[in-house]
Write a protein that binds this ligand. Structure first.
Ligand SMILES: Cc1cc2nc3c(=O)[nH]c(=O)nc-3n(C[C@H](O)[C@H](O)[C@H](O)COP(=O)(O)OP(=O)(O)OC[C@H]3O[C@@H](n4cnc5c(N)ncnc54)[C@H](O)[C@@H]3O)c2cc1C
Length: 380
């Protein structure tokens, strides 16, 4: 407990693991601390889409594009099969001609930012997905979208990082002196360090407040429905056009837009809902019914398939729906890597890569100014 680390990463979810991996590669001695196990938080409770398709041009897309590049490298480094990394591509589909026009306009904007987005006419949709509903108005194919198994990815990347890992260890204090952070106080002892990365996901606000540096990270609940294992029916990640609007919407009420994808195990994952209900652990039937109905609208063949389970997680979001990545100017040594909402798996490598650069005093590859903690001052 008393051995020194150059940096202590709080949180062994996908974000903390990616920070640890790139910090270790940058030559730092890293200790990762989690009060649970690896992927014990939201990383173990969501899906693993790695998407550029759902982001408009802007800072989050820049981060996503860098991340997609890094995920491909990581697939080679740790073994794509081991983490179920699939470069399967995404297909956004529209129910009406008006929705199709909106999708095409969105895709045209993304192309100017370097995203590959290919329009698909209604009559060509079956070539992409033979089991799609026959009355859809058209779609857009995104070949750069990928999928990964979040828990396997976190575990394998952590192993590849070769860092010290303390699970079952809760951070209870962030003691400071005149120079800034001087250690991480856990319920098992003190970890002396001058550098801390707060990657505590939806609990990052709680952790930041241990250093008297409030951070407005809040929970946005989501459910995923899982079907019985099936023969391969669905080739891409397929989602309805209104998904993008629901991701960006800040409203508290329940939003359901179907996102359907097959897995290596044969199960089909049906996401996803979004609602702001704090940490309410309930499983309301209407949310699960909404997911099932949305999936059947896209893939009528699913009507006769059984759902075997559902899981629930809390996406960590900030008031402007951008993650918080960077040094906290209020507390020298404290860095944040949190608040990635529904994109934390996809965005983890670029986040870790950027944080590692900051830790060793190098310029990050992606412009981090839009993610700076101090932008949230108005909400503190
Ligand atoms: C239904 C649903 C579907 C999703 N689908 C996708 C998707 O397809 N693609 C995608 O990119 N993202 C998706 N997400 C979002 C994604 O899961 C999250 O953005 C991501 O997992 C956040 O990872 P994290 O490492 O930042 O946080 P977490 O995984 O929550 O990790 C934080 C860790 O910090 C630990 N911790 C907290 N407090 C302390 C403390 N005091 N001391 C020690 N440890 C502490 C926790 O135990 C936890 O392990 C989805 C989320 C949900 C809920």
């Amino acid at each position: 407990m008393t051995a020194g680390a150059d940096v202590v990463v709080i949180g062994a979810g996908m974000t903390g693991v990616a920070c640890a991996y790139y910090a270790a590669r940058a030559g730092l001695r890293v200790t990762v601390v989690d009060r649970g196990g690896v992927a014990a938080g939201t990383t173990g409770a969501g899906e693993g889409n790695i998407l550029v398709s759902d982001k408009p041009p802007g800072p989050e897309l820049a981060l996503a594009r860098h991340s997609a590049e890094l995920w491909r490298e990581l697939g080679d480094a740790v073994g794509g099969a081991a983490i179920e990394l699939e470069r399967k591509g995404g297909l956004a589909v529209a129910a009406t001609p008006a929705e199709h026009d909106a999708l095409r306009a969105f895709a045209a904007g993304q192309r100017t930012a370097g995203v590959q987005a290919c329009e698909v006419a209604a009559h060509d949709l079956p070539d992409y997905e033979p089991h799609l509903a026959s009355d859809l108005a058209g779609g857009v194919h995104y070949p750069q979208d990928m999928q990964v198994h979040p828990m396997l990815a976190a575990a394998h990347l952590l192993r590849a990082a070769r860092v010290a890992v303390l699970t079952g260890t809760r951070v209870v204090g962030l003691p400071r002196d005149a120079a800034g952070i001087r250690g991480v106080q856990t319920d098992r002892g003190l970890l002396p360090t001058r550098l801390v990365v707060n990657a505590a996901g939806v609990w990052a606000g709680e952790v930041a407040s241990l250093a008297d540096a409030p951070l407005p990270i809040l929970p946005r609940r989501g459910f995923v429905l899982v079907t019985e294992p099936l023969p391969a029916l669905i080739r891409h990640k397929v989602y309805a056009a209104d998904y993008v609007a629901n991701v960006g919407r800040g409203s508290a009420d329940l939003r359901v837009s179907p996102v359907v994808e097959g897995t290596r195990a044969g199960t089909v994952l049906i996401g996803s809902t979004r609602e702001r209900v704090g940490f309410d652990p309930a499983f309301p039937l209407r949310a699960l019914r909404g997911l099932a109905a949305g999936a059947v609208r896209l893939f009528p063949v699913l009507a006769s398939v059984s759902a075997i389970r559902a899981y629930r997680g809390f996406r960590p979001y900030s008031p402007d729906h951008l993650p918080v990545i960077g040094a906290d100017p209020r507390v020298p040594g404290l860095h944040h890597a949190a608040g990635h909402e529904g994109a934390g798996i996809g965005l983890a490598p670029a986040t870790g890569h950027a944080v590692a650069a900051l830790l060793i005093g190098r310029p990050p590859r992606v412009d981090l100014r839009p993610f700076a903690p101090e932008r949230l001052d108005v909400h503190l």
